[in-house]
Design a protein around this ligand. Structure first.
Ligand SMILES: [Zn+2]
Length: 136
């Protein structure tokens, strides 16, 4: 059971994923990947035959997953769809993690951290004042 308020209705498998996934993975799930180009425009050869396609390999700067786009070398129109290669742990086998749940989880986590750090600040206030007095 999560210590975060308002998340106890979540499927335990989804909650387990959310609590163990790196923050970068959760951010990509909410914000979308931040793609940047690694290589561009090399011609794909398959079994020594020229396929007449250009490819573009992209990588997400945040989670480091990769994608491969293929284009017709004459028209530069996309051929097929992007092929994804996710980093380990990004996908959770058999569990679908909707964006809305990731957003709820991150919101709850941020709220909890903020109130926890407020408590810490109040608790250390007296100590800091004493340290400053001693140093002066
Ligand atoms: Zn990403």
């Amino acid at each position: 059971m999560s210590s975060l308020k308002g998340l106890n209705d979540l499927d335990p498998e989804i909650l387990d994923y959310l609590e163990n996934a790196p923050l970068e993975h959760l951010r990509c799930r909410v914000l979308g990947h931040g793609w940047d180009q690694l290589h561009e425009g090399y011609i794909v050869q398959e079994d020594g035959a020229h396929r007449g396609c250009l490819t573009q390999r992209v990588q997400c700067w945040r989670c480091l997953s990769e994608g491969l786009d293929t284009f017709d070398s004459n028209t530069l129109e996309r051929v097929g769809t992007r092929e994804y290669s996710y980093v380990d742990g990004y996908l959770q086998a058999g569990v679908e993690v909707p964006r809305q749940l990731v957003r709820r989880y991150l919101h709850a986590r941020t709220r909890t951290r903020r109130s926890a750090s407020k408590v810490r600040n109040i608790a250390t206030m007296g100590r800091n004042r004493t340290a400053r007095t001693r140093a002066a």
